[in-house]
Design a protein around this ligand. Structure first.
Ligand code: ADP
Ligand code: GLC
Length: 474
């Protein structure tokens, strides 16, 4: 089984969120179950050049409507599976991964370059595995092309939905310029007068998956479907939910390179050191018995920051520290800054993207707050479990599938979970968590229940292998 995974981001090369973690870990996990996997992604400005082994192609010819273009390709082993990085500076040597007016053109080019690359590499991949809206261009091109091109004749596509909120929408007049100029290439993109790369991916891929079982059901409803629920309902026999795994080579409190001390389920002593380290980093009083509630996130409405804003005064009244790491929407950045200015000895805020700090927070905090409005999978709650940091989450998507509400009478459960998207419901669970924090034996039980959960990629990789086999037979 030969599988080419195309992604707009992947660790350790480039990351803006969970897709980066997943695309960086999956190829390696697939190798361990016998899949001949490879990864293709753009070479961004932020990619560390020392990760690259060699330039393997310097004259990749990419078909482009305005005339054939050239790109070069670099090979890296840093992800534990061959990774090919497409070097096209006019598109990718920029300050960030996304956020430009020509993003649709950038990723359409990436997809065409990736398909040209796979032909150069040979042998034919059985599966091209696409991720989120940037993959919509490749899904469409491959579907149309494989009838004509013997190389791709038996290749099938799997499209993984990591987040249905991002449509990759653009002016449909640009479709011609990107080479989607025949009715069969244009039609799949069209959505309410705009062009949507996501919609094309959902329509034109042979199989669909998403990153938790619960989210695979939610997205078939108007509440979570972002206007695309009708496609997902119509294609539900081709839609599978596979919960993401955790790369314990990277996220493991026993070995994590960024921590002040190490720990595991048998000895939690080091976690106190990490807590002290974290309080110092945020210039907060060194009060080790006071609980730390933490948040690490892209600052978008998806993540439930409206609830946190509404409940902020009550959260502070509990006396707990509140620590955040994130960047994104200005309104939430300003909110966290104002909260810190209001209570500088209780609140710590870091605006920006900081990989080491994200590990230090997972290790040093007591409670991880993730009250998402929707959450396809979510990784931080799983990282929290392994680091003995108890998650308080809203029961949606992957949060519902991976966190089990603590049951005091039976001693089961690894976190706290609330249903309604409301500040009072969230506050009730925060209070319950803080109550348990006050009883060290109870708290330790919850921590250990979480630390012993196995969310490694092994099981997920096996499920992907089965899905690839099914997809190959369509
Ligand atoms: P999403 O993909 O929706 O952003 P996930 O929970 O799946 O949510 O994954 C988020 C990933 O991005 C985690 O690895 C998290 O640690 C990381 N992350 C988010 N914001 C930041 C930040 N400001 N600095 C460092 N890492 C961050
Ligand atoms: C998305 C989702 C997140 C998921 C990640 C990786 O960005 O928002 O829930 O964990 O992709 O699949």
């Amino acid at each position: 089984m030969r599988v080419a995974i195309l992604s707009s981001e992947a660790v350790p090369f480039a990351k803006t969120g969970g897709l980066g973690d997943v695309a960086g870990a999956l190829p390696k996990a697939l190798r361990s179950v016998g899949v001949d996997s490879l990864l293709v992604l753009p070479l961004f400005e932020q990619t560390e050049r020392k990760l690259l082994r060699a330039q393997v192609i310097d004259n990749l010819e990419v078909e482009w409507p305005s005339g054939t273009r050239r790109a070069s390709v670099w090979l890296s082993d840093a992800a534990g599976a061959p990774a090919f990085l497409i070097d096209a500076p006019e598109y990718f040597a920029r300050s960030s991964v996304y956020g430009f007016g020509d993003d649709h053109e950038r990723f359409a080019f990436f997809c065409r370059a990736a398909l040209a690359l796979l032909k150069r590499l040979g042998p034919t991949p059985d599966i091209v595995h696409l991720n989120d809206w940037p993959g919509g261009f490749a899904a469409t091109e491959l579907r149309v092309r494989r009838a004509l091109d013997p190389f791709y004749h038996r290749t099938r596509t799997l499209f993984s939905i990591h987040n249905l909120a991002y449509h990759g929408s653009f002016d449909p007049r640009d479709l011609d310029r990107l080479g989607f100029n025949t009715p069969e290439r244009r039609e799949p993109f069209m959505m309410e007068g705009a062009a949507s790369a996501l919609k094309a991916g959902l329509m034109m891929s042979d199989m669909l998956s998403t990153v938790s079982h619960r989210y695979s059901l939610e997205i078939q409803t108007p509440e979570f479907g972002h206007g695309l629920e009708w496609i997902l309902r119509a294609r539900r026999d081709r839609l599978v939910g596979i919960t993401n795994g955790v790369d314990y080579d990277v996220w493991n409190p026993e070995t994590d390179q960024y921590l002040a001390a190490h720990f595991n389920a048998d000895n939690l002593e080091g976690k106190r050191m990490c807590k002290l380290d974290l309080l110092r980093r945020y210039n907060l009083p060194e009060e080790l018995d006071r609980p730390i509630i933490a948040s690490i996130s892209r600052l978008t409405g998806q993540k439930g920051f409206d609830l946190i804003r509404e409940a902020a005064a009550q959260i502070l009244m509990t006396g707990a520290f509140f620590i955040s790491l994130g960047s994104g929407a200005r309104e939430y950045e300003d909110f966290f800054q104002a909260l810190r200015d209001h209570a500088p000895r209780q609140v710590g805020t870091y605006r920006g993207f900081n990989e080491p700090l994200s590990h230090q927070i997972e290790a040093g905090a007591d409670i991880f707050l993730m009250p998402s409005q929707f959450e396809p999978c979510g990784l931080n709650q799983m990282y929290s479990l392994r680091y003995g940091t108890v998650p308080v989450v809203r029961a949606t998507g992957g949060l519902d599938d991976t966190v089990e509400d603590f049951d005091r009478s039976r001693g089961t459960g690894n976190g706290f979970k609330f249903g309604p998207y409301s500040a009072p419901a969230m506050l009730e669970k925060i209070s319950e968590a803080l109550y348990c924090y006050g009883e060290p034996e109870v708290w330790k039980q919850i921590q250990l229940n979480g630390m012993r959960v196995d969310n490694s990629w092994q099981a997920a990789a096996q499920k992907y292998l089965e899905l690839y086999r099914t997809t190959a037979q369509t």
